[in-house]
Write a protein that binds this ligand. Sequence first.
Ligand code: PLP
Length: 414
Amino acid sequence: MNTTARKSPAFDVETVRAEFPILHQEVNGQPLVYLDSAATSQKPNMVIDAISDYYRGYNANVHRAAHYLADKATCAFEDARIKVADFIGSTTPEQVIWTRGTTESINLVSNSWGGTHLTEGDRVLVPALEHHSNIVPWQMVAARCGARVEEIPVTDVGEVDLDALANMLDNRVRLVACGHISNALGTVNPVEEIVELGHGVGAMVLIDGAQAVAHAPINVEALGCDFYAFSGHKMFGPTGIGVLWGKRELLEAMPPWQGGGEMIETVAFAGTTYQGLPYRFEAGTPDIAGAIGLGAAVDFLNSLDRSAVNTHEQDLLNYAVERSENVEGLVRYGRSHVNAGVLSFLLSGTHAADVGTLLDQQGIAVRTGHHCAQPLMAQYQVPGTVRASFALYNTRAEVDRLFEGLEKVRSLLF
Ligand code: PLP
């Protein structure tokens, strides 16, 4: 087995790794191998420094004061919005709404758009492989409105069954909510086709991009979806900040879902009027450092050759899949040929949690469990899987460590 880290000519993984201080430590006496980036990615110096610079140099609330620090903070905060808008191909920065993350973005749409558009008998379609945060908010609003949330079947290899979706569509379908990349399996869903199918019956289409933003360039306008949600912390930015992007006319017609400071134009006991986009959806003091940190994460990603990054990540995944085929008793979940960043598996005769613990003892961080995708686990009739997820800073040598670790797990458990 070739254990040398193969470098793409345009992408030097060691140079990139040097930017991630957390990766250079030992865990349980071994160099850390971090294979849990689908849960949260690590942060480069650029992001850590941007957050630290804000708190050390110009911490102030935004939009509210006439003083120097407030002005500097407001400029950096709004500059980050512009960076994110450019990064995802949004026509205007006002369509970028800051949220706490994907979960809050979807809750915003389910409460505001769903709460005003869904009525008795309406249908919301969601693939069976979705993260709970793209299922539960729809169930909650559906229960209030008398609508139904229905599961779009997923094939054995872990792909959304497009024929089944096409057969489910009718004029009572108001929304199709679908992940761009599955966090549990890594399947890259055919979101362009799903948008087209949904729009064919006049439904809105929301794409959960939580797992996609770190792996591939996104262009929301070209994709044609109505809403796109993602989290900063999965794309090398901080936790606590995320984005809802929406089509302008839809966002403008939606009522605010949280009330408070910042989102109002005038307040009187006789009645209150609201700000325009994006502020009508940003009640209260926002995560200023988070937004600035996310802007820095965008700068970080823009400083890289994204297609070289993609080649590197795909090489890692192909290599991991190839190695997994030689492990006795390893059953892989999610066998779509269009897969990004995730190797989900079980070792027969073992519990996922035991495998995770024994890998951790060797300094290897993976995730085990249902990955917030219980309906998918129910389909596969397993309580959970072991998930190794890869990011641009991982190496082939780390994939080797994972498989050496698994050999050790086997020798300890059998
Ligand atoms: N959607 C997907 C596909 C995810 O992987 C995750 C997190 O794992 C989420 C939504 C929720 O993201 P957050 O917890 O950042 O809101």
